[in-house]
Design a protein around this ligand. Structure first.
Ligand code: TRP
Length: 363
């Protein structure tokens, strides 16, 4: 079997990407892409998966495909290095899903922690669509179709990778060595950190309206940072303030570098100094928020400019997605053919089969 290094990952196009995505996955992908230590790298817009719980809102998915594509390009995903494609355009993926379904039990899916949790959160209970319930199987198809052995994802996706590995093992045991077992690669250090929303809520999400988006204008970013949750008891500048669970400090922890202090706040050498002043009292929220705004703009401005570049070249973006999808389709079809051969549903390719049947009925 090949020892190639193949990376695959993706996102559901249910909304624009925000700072949480940037630190949780996008920066890591761009780093992997630029290190170049791989044979093939794929980034997929998982629209078919997004439809499993948005069947009544295809318009939302359709609109967000271009948004997510623009977000990818704006952070530096390079279509010359990475195959960028749209899941629904690769029909081999649905076919693989159908065959893999035979290898997975209902109770196994019910035990998948991600599915279990989402069912609970969405109050789906018995009303859960079959397509949503079985999306781990479709995700196994996404990964195995490209023979990906490295899947960079967030922690929440680990159960999906585990389920994929089980499907691969079952398939290979029953039909012979065909599929590759993938490994999840989690983001390291700072990036592993889940960025809270600007309101201090642990999760940055569209429904809570507490996210800073890659496509936000400088004005929008400023407004969000200036209203950011800090320490509610830090009322006067001279009051001592808490830096723990203080969103401004949480963000600075993730994003501010020593160089940022040098450039934007040279009165302090580093975050430790800034923190101890805030805790002692005498440092106002406006100062730390202005500093954070400078840091975020250092990061977001180039992203915004790159996005603007592609916003003016939508035809080119469509071409990138179309070409990527074509390339992905070729690869997935290859795997599908191997899968069908292994399962012996390749009746017309297997010349021996007809000969056997001729012999069987020879009079
Ligand atoms: N489930 C992933 C998410 O919600 C998206 C996804 C679909 C994916 N197929 C994948 C991620 C394959 C990695 C590999 O973010």
């Amino acid at each position: 079997m090949s020892k190639k290094k193949i990376i695959l990952t993706g996102d559901r196009p249910t909304g624009r990407l925000h700072l949480g995505h940037l630190v949780g996955s996008l920066q890591n992908r761009v780093k992997l892409q630029n290190e170049g230590n791989y044979d093939e790298m794929y980034v997929m817009i998982a629209d078919a998966q997004a439809l499993t719980d948005n069947a009544d809102n295809p318009e939302k998915i359709r609109e967000n495909i271009i948004e997510v594509a623009l977000d990818y390009l704006s952070v530096g995903i390079d279509p010359k290095k990475v195959t960028l494609f749209i899941q629904s355009q690769i029909s081999a993926l649905t076919e693989l899903t159908f065959y893999y379904s035979n290898l997975v039990t209902v109770s196994r899916l019910q035990r998948n922690p991600t599915v279990k949790n989402e069912i609970k959160m969405r109050n789906f209970e018995a009303n859960i669509p079959v397509g949503f319930f079985t999306y781990p199987i479709s995700q196994a198809a996404d990964i195995t179709a490209f023979k990906a052995n490295i899947v960079p994802v967030g922690e929440d996706q680990l159960p999906m990778i585990e389920q994929t590995r089980e499907i691969v093992r079952s398939f290979n045991r029953i039909y012979g060595d065909t599929l590759i077992e993938p490994e999840a690669v989690l983001p390291t250090t700072k990036a592993a950190f889940r960025l809270p929303g600007v309101d201090g809520n642990a999760k940055m999400s569209k429904s809570l309206g507490n996210g800073i988006y890659l496509a936000d204008t400088e004005e929008e970013v400023k407004k969000k940072i200036m209203s950011m949750y800090t320490d509610p008891n830090h009322i006067h500048i001279e009051d001592p303030g808490k830096t723990e669970n203080n969103t401004v400090f949480t963000y600075l922890e993730v994003f501010a570098t020593p160089k940022d202090f040098e450039n934007f706040l040279p009165e302090y050498k580093n975050l430790e100094e800034l923190k101890s002043h805030y805790e002692k009292g005498g440092l106002g929220d406006i100062t730390i928020k202005k500093f954070l705004l400078n840091v975020m703009e250092r990061i977001l401005k180039p992203i915004r400019e790159k996005r603007f570049f592609y916003e003016n070249r939508i035809e080119e973006v469509y071409e990138i997605l179309k070409e990527g999808s074509k390339k992905a389709e070729r690869k997935a079809n290859e795997t599908l053919n191997e899968v069908k051969s292994a399962m012996k549903v390749n009746y017309f390719e297997d010349k021996e089969l007809m000969k056997q049947h001729i012999n069987k009925y020879k009079k």
